[in-house]
Design a protein around this ligand. Structure first.
Ligand SMILES: [Mg+2]
Length: 212
């Protein structure tokens, strides 16, 4: 058995990023545009430019000359992409453990725990005190799920924050090409390092099962 096949054969858990992987952030960013006194188009374009340049999107407030938000808009059930909850349930139904761990405020955890899906892990960078792409974030995922890195498929929309550090940690990396980071990142050569590249979550479970 070659090393790649061996690592894929051991996937026991699927862990999801939050923003633009499970959650459509359009409502939140539109709210922030209004708060900042610019049109949504202006904010979205400025974000796209920063993302394409490889800069931290949080620089957008300085670019626009406005104060950053003091606290993020809370997640709401209607923010989830339509395929998100069915996919979480499909993962569990396939006999794999399910986790959600992303760069999120701690307050997001309560809402994520309330989802009607069997979750083995719900974690935020804010509670852990470490955020992606730090290797420590991915080590924490493995520690809390008690699974070796090769046993984890990490699913995210960002090549820089999700795919590359998950691969470096020894995980099976899935890139979901949606949202601004997904589309722009998918054009980068490093996107090819993802073990799986998908446009949504509808085929995630069969594709992972086929790769095991
Ligand atoms: Mg994301």
């Amino acid at each position: 058995m070659n090393p790649v096949t061996e690592s894929r054969s051991r996937i026991q858990a699927v862990v999801f990023d939050v923003g633009e992987t499970l959650v459509d952030e359009t409502r939140a960013w539109s709210y922030e545009a209004k708060r900042a006194g610019v049109t949504p188009l202006t904010l979205f374009a400025a974000l796209g430019a920063l993302i394409e340049q490889g800069n931290d999107h949080r620089e957008v407030w300085a670019l626009l000359g406005v104060e950053p938000p003091t606290r993020p808009l809370p997640l709401e059930p209607g923010d989830f992409y339509p395929d998100a909850l069915p996919c979480l349930r499909d993962v569990a139904a396939a006999g794999l453990r399910v986790g959600i761990a992303g760069n999120q405020p701690e307050a997001a955890e309560e809402m994520l725990r309330s989802l009607d899906a069997p979750l083995s892990l719900v974690a935020s960078s804010s509670r852990w005190g470490v955020e992606k792409p730090s290797p420590a974030f991915f080590e924490q995922v493995c520690a809390e799920m008690a699974v070796e890195p090769a046993g984890v498929a990490y699913v995210g929309d960002r090549v820089d924050n999700d795919v590359l550090p998950a691969k470096a940690a020894g995980m099976f990396a899935v890139l979901v090409r949606r949202g601004p980071w997904g589309y722009l990142g998918a054009r980068r050569p490093e996107a090819a390092t993802a073990d799986l590249r998908l446009d949504d979550l509808t085929s995630l479970v069969p594709r992972i099962l086929a790769a095991r």
